[in-house]
Design a protein around this ligand. Structure first.
Ligand code: DGL
Length: 268
């Protein structure tokens, strides 16, 4: 048993989409979240920049005495997971992509047409394709970078025509020309526009890595004897730029959850 917090991080507020799923599975766990809102988006930056930002954040979380780090960001998982594990060998570090790739391969067959959407860096890495094809080399996979989604979501531009037109701009031809039936939300910001996507493409099956990563977290906590057994009364949310949007989005994501949150701005 271990009552130290679990550290989650993302380039911004996207990784918050994992938290309600974790709270449902393990309500006693205490969470420390870091959103690098001052430097978001990561998905169009150089890999070397993303690596150095993620080391700074992991360093910060380790100093907060976390018992595990969850990289709640596909872009960082695609580029920096191995480096982080190498640098912080004393702590379990979970990436978000592998569990989602395993699940995608498990729930699809050769007749399915899988679409992966994500940031430029995640899509360029081809990490989803490589990991899914390791499990099923015949799987048909298509991918598309959607770089405008993250800035719009960070601005809170979600429930309106601007977002719906942007979704159609990126996805109409991609889905229709490739007859995609299964869509992987390969960026943790995208669950925030899941309802828009479902409304525009009602027949698509959606795979959400922000949710799929949870059983892996539970399994690793159990394996390392790190499950908390004392009720958690407070979670802590840090942002490098504590903007109004970040706090509004926390309200939106945790609405009705009864979660008690504390915010703090933290300059790395
Ligand atoms: N939420 C992130 C991801 O899952 C990063 C988005 C970005 O900063 O570009 O890839």
């Amino acid at each position: 048993m271990n009552n130290r917090p679990i550290g989650f991080f993302d380039s911004g507020l996207g990784g918050l989409t994992c938290i309600p799923h974790l709270m449902k599975a393990l309500p006693e766990e205490k969470i420390i979240y870091f959103g690098d809102t001052a430097r978001t988006p990561y998905g169009s930056k150089a890999v070397s920049t993303i690596k150095s930002f993620s080391i700074e954040i992991a360093d910060f979380l380790v100093k907060q005495d976390v018992k595990m780090i969850v990289i709640a960001c596909n872009t960082v998982s695609a580029t920096s997971l191995e480096d982080l594990r190498h640098r912080f060998p004393q702590i379990p570090i979970i990436g978000i992509i592998e569990p989602a790739a395993v699940k995608t391969a498990a729930v699809s067959d050769n007749y399915n047409k899988i679409g992966i959407i994500g940031t430029k860096v995640t899509i360029k890495s081809e990490i989803y394709e490589k990991q899914i094809k390791k499990l099923n080399p015949e799987q048909k996979i298509f991918s598309a970078a959607c770089p405008a989604f993250v800035p719009l979501i960070e601005e809170g531009i979600i429930d309106n025509d601007i977002m719906n037109m942007t979704i159609k701009y990126y996805l109409d031809d991609f889905i229709n020309n490739n007859t995609i039936d299964t869509l992987v939300l390969g960026c943790t910001h995208y669950p925030l526009i899941r309802k828009n996507i479902e409304k525009i493409y009602p027949d698509l099956k959606i795979i959400d890595p922000s949710e799929i990563v949870i059983p892996t977290i539970v399994e690793q906590l159990e394996l390392n004897n790190l499950i908390a057994d004392v009720p958690n009364y407070e979670n802590m949310f840090y942002a490098s730029d504590l903007s109004e949007n970040f706090m509004n989005m926390i309200d939106r994501i945790f609405e009705n959850s009864g979660l008690k949150v504390k915010f703090k701005s933290f300059d790395l």
